[in-house]
Design a protein around this ligand. Sequence first.
Ligand SMILES: [Fe+2]
Ligand SMILES: [Fe+2]
Length: 150
Amino acid sequence: MRPLDGLRAEHEKILAFLDETENTRDAEEFVRVLDFVRRFVEANHHGKEERALFSRMAADPFLHGMADALHQDHELGNALIAEIENALREHADLAVISDAFATYARYLRHHIARENTMIFEAVEAVLDERTAAEMLVEFDQIEKEALALR
Ligand SMILES: [Fe+2]
Ligand SMILES: [Fe+2]
């Protein structure tokens, strides 16, 4: 098993979730979709990447540029989610909310593809066993915190 396989498995879960929810046309359903996005994608998955992975990449001369780019991607995702939340709060037309969610889904698929195909293998190529083990402990801790959020 490779150290980042847990994150890869989360990518699969997120992609399946996007496939399932992409055609949502109901405001209450969007509230549940956003809850999963905030909890599982943002706090849990991006929390692990930001706090345990990018922080280590930032210390490596070859990987730090990649970490910066991924961090910017996450900020873009946050802004797109805030747009959907605002639209929901203001009871915007469902077509507006659906369009905003479609934009977010497109962004997230692209971001995941970037991590899967370009980044994770480059990180694993330089990761030593001790650092990988530390990272897995941190992942568990972040997941516990994120999934306990209310
Ligand atoms: Fe990410
Ligand atoms: Fe990711």
